[in-house]
Design a protein around this ligand. Structure first.
Ligand code: AMP
Ligand code: GLY
Length: 431
């Protein structure tokens, strides 16, 4: 079978790496890919929202399966495009249709969905320029800190958490005036939930579903969860506080009603559902839905999936997921993200990366990397550069291996957090 993966980050490298292990997979194409995916398959310089070009790629390369890495093409309607096309309709594509992608593409849509299907989430109020007064009133009823969310996609920057009420009111107005462009024409104001976050993953073929390993993402740039929000500085799986009892609550109160909601709304959904959860004193609440795998969570959870990934993906597309047995490696996985100095602010690209061959007992996934045509060496090409994942029966073992290997990979300005998973280690000791 031939597979096309859309995207070029660590998540897509992890997906390609896993698929490469399957004997059933013949060729893997990654668009646009990175220096890491180049060692697995063929990189194609195709924009993931250029559906016409993607169709050409599918025809030329006899593609059987398309895996969409990021939300952007899904929100733009790539699945609907495939379904409407006589040729593309025969190809399995992983991801929801355009309406389903609104679960991530519109915070207001996601909140209405959760309220309709009784899914626990923070109380909210959706505001636009017309009902600002109502929004301010709702805001004043909340206690500090105040949560303001741009309705649309804002490259992960559209959520503001503000302590001071006057500042919150002011920011609300700025958002409605276009602080995040179109994305903040509508703003969702939310009750602040106090708890500990985790990323929960479900794979569905529209009828049945599988619960994949959960992970904890470390979003802030600095150690001790300080500094700016990033796309993710590392991850740990499994999440120690997400025990069987907690997972059962998530399944009963969130996963099942979500599945019911998708069906009742006639949403075509064959793909990953990423549920951002807040554990509030043992009770799960949905913070957000994403319609794809997380990054760097994918680099952490995919190495724990033993089941043939091409079987899993094809069964998702064919609607036969219930026939597949999901086998999970019980070991802990810890992923550390090596980033360019300055990220998520300004940073330099084009720095030579060395030491990639000195690592052992870990997997190295590329994110923002490129191959230097002149020297054939590898250079940095983004903020998040390399993800190092190590596994062990003990979390400290996995952490130590990941850290030791992260130290060996060098580039000018390289930075990584050395405290990934440390909070959960303390948790293990405490409970
Ligand atoms: P989102 O883009 O919706 O994931 O929000 C970004 C981050 O803001 C989340 O990962 C949480 O850390 C935080 N956050 C969002 N909504 C809430 C909320 N209602 N209560 C507390 N924290 C929140
Ligand atoms: N790591 C969070 C995300 O992928 O959205």
């Amino acid at each position: 079978m031939n597979i096309l993966i859309l995207g070029g980050g660590g998540r897509e490298h992890a997906i390609a790496w896993k698929l490469k292990q399957s004997k059933k997979v013949k060729k893997i194409f990654i668009a646009p890919g990175n220096a890491g995916t180049l060692t697995i398959g063929k990189n194609l310089p195709v924009d993931s929202t250029d559906f016409h070009e993607i169709k050409t790629v599918c025809i030329e390369n006899l593609i059987d399966l398309v895996i969409v890495g990021s939300e952007t093409p899904l929100v733009a309607g790539i699945v609907d495009y495939f379904h409407k096309d006589d040729f593309l309709r025969q190809i399995n594509i992983i991801g929801p249709d355009k309406t389903g992608a609104q679960l991530e593409g519109s915070k207001a849509f996601a909140k209405t969905f959760m309220n309709t299907f009784d899914i626990p989430t923070a109380a909210h109020f959706t505001v636009n320029a017309e009902n600002l007064a109502g929004g301010i009133e709702f805001l004043r009823q909340q206690t500090s800190p105040y949560v303001l969310k741009a309705n649309g996609l804002a490259a992960g920057k559209g959520v503001l958490i503000i302590r001071d009420i006057e500042e919150a009111e002011n920011e609300l107005k700025l958002m409605l005036e276009g602080k995040f462009g179109q994305a903040s024409n509508q703003v969702v104001i939310e009750q602040f939930l106090e708890g500990i976050e985790l990323s929960f993953f479900v794979l569905t073929d529209g009828e049945s579903y599988k619960i994949l390993p959960s992970a904890k993402d470390y979003k802030r740039a600095g150690e001790g969860d300080t500094g700016l929000n990033t796309g993710g500085m590392g991850a740990v799986s499994p999440v120690i506080f997400a025990d069987q009892q907690f997972i059962q609550k998530v399944e009963d109160r969130i996963v099942k009603p979500t599945m019911r909601g998708l069906k009742e709304m006639n949403i075509h959904y064959k793909g990953f559902i990423f549920i951002g959860l807040m554990n509030v004193k043992g009770e799960p609440y949905v913070i957000e839905y994403n319609v794809r795998l997380g990054d760097p969570e994918a680099e952490c959870i995919i190495p724990r999936i033993n089941t043939d990934f091409s079987d899993l993906m094809m069964a998702t597309g064919n609607g036969t997921l219930s026939e597949i047995e999901l086998e999970i490696d019980e070991r802990y996985a810890v992923t550390i993200m090596l980033v360019s100095g300055g990220y998520p602010g300004e940073f330099k690209r084009g720095k030579k990366i060395t030491g990639l061959n000195n690592t052992k007992d870990c997997v190295v996934f590329h994110a923002g990397t490129t191959t230097d045509i002149e020297t054939e060496g590898i250079k940095t090409a983004g903020g998040r550069v390399i993800a190092v994942t190590a596994k062990d029966y003990r979390m400290d073992g996995a952490r130590n291996k990941a850290l030791a290997n992260a130290e060996k990979i060098l580039f000018e300005g390289r930075y990584f957090r050395r405290d990934i998973g440390l909070d959960l280690m303390n948790y293990i000791e405490k409970y």
